[in-house]
Design a binder for this molecule. Structure first.
Ligand SMILES: *Cc1c(COP(=O)(O)O)cnc(C)c1O
Length: 439
């Protein structure tokens, strides 16, 4: 274990206190499966007790034992302005004072939609839902309803939430139907899902040949960031655009993580590729539960009540969540917001100086992934070495001890927010460097 002043905590405290988190976790295990309400929070992949968070402000979070951390998880992406941003907090407060839900339309929905649509040339209409999973689930139904086809094609290594037909992993072979990756998903569902590896044109070509006129949509994270950061070549994404158009298949960009993160127009804008449907989540709600799916007015006209693809939600377009989204996206639209964020991220990553040459940092915009590999590039899931995760596990706990909080899995990416100061980032880079070289 390292001793401060390497870490961000004060000198007397040489060992992190954990009693309160441990006590809370014991109690939580009585209430929730595995003690959590979303599996990765349970620390299974890094081991140990999850830290229970009490409070966050800016780039920092404090746990139940008052340990302070510089946070690079940022709620898995939504908090692009950092924790408890004043504008977001004030917007939420004034919205909730006026009533938290009506089940009737409010002007706030128009305002968030306007903010998004007026600044995004790739979409014309949008529908708000309450999570990324719901956005993707609805978008898939829309693609099937629009094309009157049943099959969908997804990529191994892309995550799209916990919808039945997307909880699949590749079988053996280039083009396979998915095997369920969760109990409780009927084979009949996954038999409609074709799974192929990322960064592989032949697999996609073969799938289209095999299932001619059957594929409703190709769904991809254009910036795959849920299983490492598997950056694709622009030419590959362009190839997907072309083959989808040729086959009258819809191209669905799942931008739940990349939307509003890699620039305001997400990956579609970054690569300048127009998908047919785009899903959003995470950043769009300013830290409150919002998801969305969007497309051309023509495609969206198939959604009820205009069209016959049914989708609804009691809390959809919730005014408090809309207010948070408006406040956050308003900040994102300010000049140089994204270029400043990218500059900061570069400064941070450049100052992490591992002496181990198998430690690699992959990044795009304000997203980064630290991993251990001899490869110079990783573009598909099968190139991630599961054994290398033991190095991450060790590093993870050293970082925690020294006041750096990352998402508790080596397959997860990290995020820099606007609230991370250059000072925070240089401090964090120094701690990372020390921990990397001593572990
Ligand atoms: C996070 C994520 C989802 C799921 O969103 P939830 O809000 O967790 O349901 C879906 N797709 C992508 C690309 C994501 O990053």
């Amino acid at each position: 274990m390292l001793h401060p002043p390497c870490g961000i905590r004060n000198d007397e405290q040489t060992k992190m206190k954990k009693e309160n988190s441990e006590r809370l976790f014991e109690k939580a295990k009585k209430y929730f499966p595995g003690g959590v309400n979303s599996p990765v929070r349970a620390f299974k992949s890094v081991g140990g007790t999850p830290v229970f968070i009490k409070r966050g402000k800016g780039s920092r979070i404090w746990d139940a034992d008052d340990n302070e951390y510089i946070d690079f998880c940022c709620s898995w992406g939504p908090l692009i302005l950092g924790h408890a941003n004043n504008n977001v907090a004030n917007a939420v407060k004034s919205a909730v004072e006026n009533g938290s839900s009506f089940g009737a339309p409010t002007e706030l929905e128009n305002n968030l939609a306007e903010l998004i649509l007026a600044n995004n040339p790739f979409i014309e209409k949008i529908r708000f839902v309450s999570s990324g999973t719901e956005a993707v689930m609805s978008a898939i139904r829309l693609a099937r309803g629009f094309t009157k086809r049943n099959k969908i094609l997804k990529f191994e290594g892309c995550y799209h939430g916990h919808t039945d037909s997307l909880l699949v992993k590749a079988g053996s072979g280039l083009v396979t139907f998915g095997n369920t990756s969760s109990a409780g998903v009927p084979d009949s569902f996954v038999n409609e899902t074709i799974v192929v590896p990322l960064n592989n044109k032949d697999a996609v070509t073969e799938a289209f040949a095999k299932f001619k006129n059957e594929i409703a949509c190709v769904i991809i994270e254009p910036i795959p960031a849920n299983n490492g950061l598997l950056l694709q070549d622009k030419t590959y994404l362009e190839f997907l655009r072309t083959i989808c158009t040729e086959n009258k298949t819809l191209l669905l960009f799942d931008e739940v993580i990349s939307g509003f993160r890699i620039g305001f127009t997400g990956a579609a804008g970054y690569y300048n590729i127009k998908p047919d449907i785009i899903t959003y989540g995470k950043i769009i709600g300013g830290g409150l539960p919002v998801g969305a799916y969007s497309a051309s007015a023509e495609i969206m006209s198939h959604i009820s009540p205009e069209g016959n693809v049914y989708q609804a939600g009691t809390l959809s377009g919730n005014p408090v969540a809309m207010a948070a989204g408006i406040a956050q996206l308003t900040e994102c639209l300010k000049p140089n917001f994204y270029s400043d964020l990218e500059k900061k991220t570069k400064l941070f990553l450049e100052n992490i100086k591992s002496q181990k040459n198998n430690c690699k940092l992959f990044s795009i915009g304000s997203v980064f992934w630290l991993t251990f590999t001899d490869k110079e590039k990783i573009q598909c899931a099968e190139n991630i070495d599961a054994n290398s995760m033991q190095h991450f596990r060790k590093l993870y706990h050293a970082l925690l001890e020294n006041g750096i909080y990352l998402g508790p899995s080596g397959y997860e990416v990290g995020f820099v927010s606007q609230a991370h100061s250059n000072d925070d980032l240089l401090k964090a880079a120094k701690i990372l460097t020390t921990c990397l070289n001593e572990n």
